[in-house]
Design a protein around this ligand. Structure first.
Ligand SMILES: [Zn+2]
Length: 319
């Protein structure tokens, strides 16, 4: 059900809106529970832009959001790079689009809607313009508004959890995850628990030989590194106000390096490691970052999970 009124309440410190208790608005309607503690800077970091991953047809949505977001500050242009003919990195599976945010001055230089540049011109432009690369997964056909708005009861989540465990849904890319101990410790699973576990099962080097050892040492599930966006949020909190006022760009770089395994095999630069430790990031967290080979995006996990739970509910109702 869509909310009747437009009142919004933010609950700080919560990881997952779906897990909050029901609540009524003063107008009498029930709050729609949403939100996953994902920092918007993950997508629009302050000083440096990066890549974002979207599902099928998501590029247009991102473009519209950026237009709205930067209205009055600058103009958005699509950028194409001309090597021998115009480069398309896109394939059947992915579509790659670059957007640049241009100041009023720059739009005089580039009045056309799509800017076509030679590689050397593109590198020069990067000094003056923020560029965001949107990578669209053409195979991931989602997500209807209904799915996004879907809420689940604690009972449905529990039943799905049991079904998922029984049917090996959490067997991951790392092979058998051996999460039996985690599962037996979870008495009433929350949506956030499901997100964390499927984050591990979709990532590489995150659970086996890494988080599982930390879990055995008593570090709780919610503190372990299981998806990309949480790395950003955690490190931003730690670094903010310590290394500089707004460490957003640096934290995005670190997050990207972690999720692509660039710190594995002892490749974390010494200055990054020292900085993290100085900012009171625990040593176990830093060591865990170094073991990760690939981290899955939370946004994508949310959609996969919601879709899977919906399927389960439909299947169960028709049994
Ligand atoms: Zn209301």
């Amino acid at each position: 059900m869509r909310p009747v009124c437009r009142k919004v309440e933010f609950v700080s410190g919560e990881k997952c809106g779906l897990d909050l208790p029901d609540k009524k608005c003063s107008c009498g309607s029930t709050y729609h529970k949403d939100g996953f503690g994902i920092d918007a800077y993950n997508m629009y970091p302050f000083c440096k832009w990066t890549e974002i991953y979207v599902s099928y047809n998501g590029t247009d949505l991102v473009k519209n959001c950026l237009h709205e977001y930067f209205k009055g500050y600058g103009e958005l242009r699509e950028i194409k790079i001309n090597r021998d003919g115009i480069e398309t990195i896109s394939s059947d599976k992915i579509r790659v689009t670059k957007f640049g945010l241009l100041s009023k001055e720059m739009t005089k230089k580039f009045p056309e809607e799509i800017i076509i540049l030679r590689p050397e011109e593109y590198s020069q432009l990067l000094d003056e313009v923020s560029v965001l690369t949107v990578i669209e997964n053409m195979e991931e056909q989602l997500c209807s508004q209904d799915l996004l708005n879907m809420e689940f009861t604690a009972k449905q989540i529990k039943e799905y959890f049991e079904y998922a465990v029984e049917n090996g849904k959490f067997n991951g890319y790392d092979g058998d995850m051996n999460i039996g101990k985690v599962i037996s410790n979870i008495k009433t699973p929350s949506f956030n628990d499901l997100l964390i576990i499927s984050g591990f099962s979709h990532s590489t080097g995150a659970w086996r030989g890494n988080a599982d050892l930390l879990y055995d040492k008593g570090i709780s599930l919610g503190k372990l590194i299981s998806c990309r966006e949480d790395v950003y949020t955690y490190l931003y909190d730690k670094l903010s106000g310590k290394c500089c006022d707004n460490p957003s760009g640096l934290v995005v770089e670190i997050k990207e390096a972690v999720c692509k395994g660039k710190y594995s095999n002892n490749r974390m630069p010494l200055e990054i490691e020292s900085l993290l430790l100085e900012c009171e990031v625990p040593e176990w967290y830093v060591e865990s970052m170094k073991k990760i080979l690939y981290l899955f995006p939370k946004t994508h996990l949310i959609v996969l999970l919601k879709r899977d739970i919906c399927k389960f509910i439909v299947m169960n109702n028709s049994l």
